[in-house]
Design a protein around this ligand. Sequence first.
Ligand code: ADP
Ligand code: MG
Length: 239
Amino acid sequence: MKKITNDRLSELIVMRSVCQRYSKGDQSINALVDVDFTLCRGSTCAIVGASGSGKSTLLNILGLLERPACGDIEFAGRDVMNASSDELAQLRNREIGFVFQAFNLLPRLSAVDNVALPMTYRGVDRQSARAMALSQLQRVGLSNRALHRPADLSGGQRQRVAIARALVGEPALILADEPTGNLDQACATEVMDLLLALNRQHNVTLVMVTHDTVLAERFERRIEVSEGQLLDRSDHAAA
Ligand code: ADP
Ligand code: MG
C-alpha cells in the first residue's frame, strides 16, 4: 500500500469529494454527496441526522467496510482507494474497533472469549488472547463477569463487553453506530461515560452516531448528515 504522506500525523482520516451510490431496483440512491471530512487523532465527533440521511454509510466508509463510488480517502496516511481488500482488512483489524447498537456478541461464547476473538483472528495464540481480553474487561469494569455468556449479562454490561472487544487490538479509532440505542437512560450514560473516558485517558479517537442530542453535546464536534451532505453543528462552527 502506498504511503502518501507522513507529515500530517494529527490527521487520522481525510476524505475528499467522497460520494456513495446504491441501487435499489432501477433506482439509484445518492447516499453521500461530495463529502469532505477530516478526522484528527484523539478527537471526538458525534454524527447526527434523520433516519436514511447517510450516517451509517459515512461510518462504514470511515471504518473501511465500504469503498466509496468516488473521491479520495487517506487513513493513517494510507491511500484507501488504491489499497487491496486484504490491505483494508488488515488496516481495519489493527486500527479500528467497532461498536454496534445490537452489541453483535456471539451468544455461545463467554465475555472473555468474545473479547479475545479479534486477537485470535490476528493470529495471537488462545492463551495470550484471553489474557489480553481479561485486561480489557478489567478496563471496562467487568473482570468479575468474564465467564458469563451474553444472555446472562444486562444490556449495559453487554455493550461494555462489546467495547472491550473493540479495544482489545489497541485501535486508533472507535466507530460506534448508535451504541446506546438499545439501552435505558442510566445504562446509556454509563456507556457514554466509559467511551469518553477511554478517549481522554488513552487518546482513542471516537466517532459515534447517535439520535440523542444531549449525548451529542458531550462531543467536541457534532456533524449533521442531511441527504448525504455534512453540516458542521459544533458550537464553534460559523453560523
Ligand atoms: P442512516 O444510517 O442515516 O439511517 P444509511 O446510511 O443507512 O442512513 O442510508 C442512507 C441511504 O442509502 C438510505 O436511503 C438507504 O435506504 C440507502 N442505503 C443504505 N445502504 C444501502 C444498500 N446496501 N443498498 C441500497 N440502499 C442503501
Ligand atoms: Mg444508520
